[in-house]
Ligand binder design. Sequence first.
Ligand SMILES: Cc1cc2nc3c(=O)[nH]c(=O)nc-3n(C[C@H](O)[C@H](O)[C@H](O)COP(=O)(O)OP(=O)(O)OC[C@H]3O[C@@H](n4cnc5c(N)ncnc54)[C@H](O)[C@@H]3O)c2cc1C
Length: 397
Amino acid sequence: MGGDRCDVAVVGGGPAGSSAARQAAALGCRVVLFEKAAMPRPKLCGGAVSEQALRSLGFALPERLVDAACFGTRVHYGSDSMLGRSDERVAVLVRREHFDHFLVEKAQEAGARVRVGEVTAITRVGDEMVLQTRDDQTTCAVVIIAEGTAGRLAKDVRRPDRNDESGVCLECRVPSAQLPQFADLKDVIDVYLGVARGGYGWVFPHGDFYSVGIGGLRSDLPAPRRVFETFCRDLQIDVDRTEVHGHLIPCGGVRRNLVSDGVILAGDAAGFVDAFLGEGITYAIRSGRISGEVAARAVQAKDAGPATLTTYGQTCEMAFGRNLRYALRLARLARRYPSMFMRLLATERTVLDRYLGVARGDRSYGDFVWWLGLRAPALWLRGLSNGRRAPPHIAGR
Ligand SMILES: Cc1cc2nc3c(=O)[nH]c(=O)nc-3n(C[C@H](O)[C@H](O)[C@H](O)COP(=O)(O)OP(=O)(O)OC[C@H]3O[C@@H](n4cnc5c(N)ncnc54)[C@H](O)[C@@H]3O)c2cc1C
């Protein structure tokens, strides 16, 4: 068969794909990373890279890529607001175009070859996988699909998500000069609970611009643009002067097929996103690295059948599966009892502080859910006896 040959081909140069390519190359595989856009390419994202994501990278992120360090969050719900601040950094804010480009360069440094081009089809021919681009074919032993949510290749491995298994996010970047009302938002982020049932809105400070967005389950946001406009109007943001983009985001914690003969899914393509927070970068990096390792082992063993690749799902499960399931449980709880749950986060310091520990990666979602379950009734009753009433949604702020 003609065309290019390698051991492991990776589709997609986001955090999952570059992490996968880097890992497989570091383990001695010949790796080709396909990215359809020339880097640095634009990427819709709030750009919050949590401490656990940074720890998962396996190398330090240069300071030049950091717009701001984030030590906590101001949480708003109706007329309630609370600042939760920690002595330790919770996340950094980056521009995804530069962050992703840097990660691709790290993969190249490890020996991966990068090719700009869209993979249009993947087929199995005998024991080999053949990837088709517009210009040619590449043959390999294992393919890692890390195409994000918008891709069409993963559908041969797993069924599409239902409306209650994926979220929708809308975002725009607003120049800081246009939002003097957020001038004090420097090393914390703003989170507005209740924008959509169980979802939230955000304002993240990136220095010369703010990332402003909303996210919630698709089934809860049938008209996301309208909700986004209301959210912006409430914050006195002139949405007509900005370009708004939307994107889907899967809910992690849902059972999905992750591998098929010669193929592994990683990152968003595998559905690995925290369903409560919408954090996907951590899981993209972690699943990317695990997929690279499993692919390298399959190449060494000359066996890329589903039985060999199944260890991928098992390793992801051990690394973060439980966490994603509890995040989903929490998201469902927040949807079911929005006013109770969100009021607790926006008014009870112990709850917010505890949650910041989860966001930092120091505590698991399981710990948080159990801890909260034991205390929520008493905290809620205390709030009621203090005369607080739940607002219907963000209006009134
Ligand atoms: C509005 C919004 C805000 C978000 N904010 C945050 C946040 O603040 N923090 C956080 O942790 N997460 C956030 N997320 C989630 C996060 O962006 C994703 O979870 C993360 O980008 C997943 O990484 P990935 O590598 O799996 O996919 P992606 O980052 O989507 O990368 C996929 C890549 O594959 C390429 N590609 C696709 N198809 C092909 C093909 N056929 N051939 C070649 N290349 C292809 C694409 O061009 C793209 O570069 C946000 C998501 C949205 C929508």
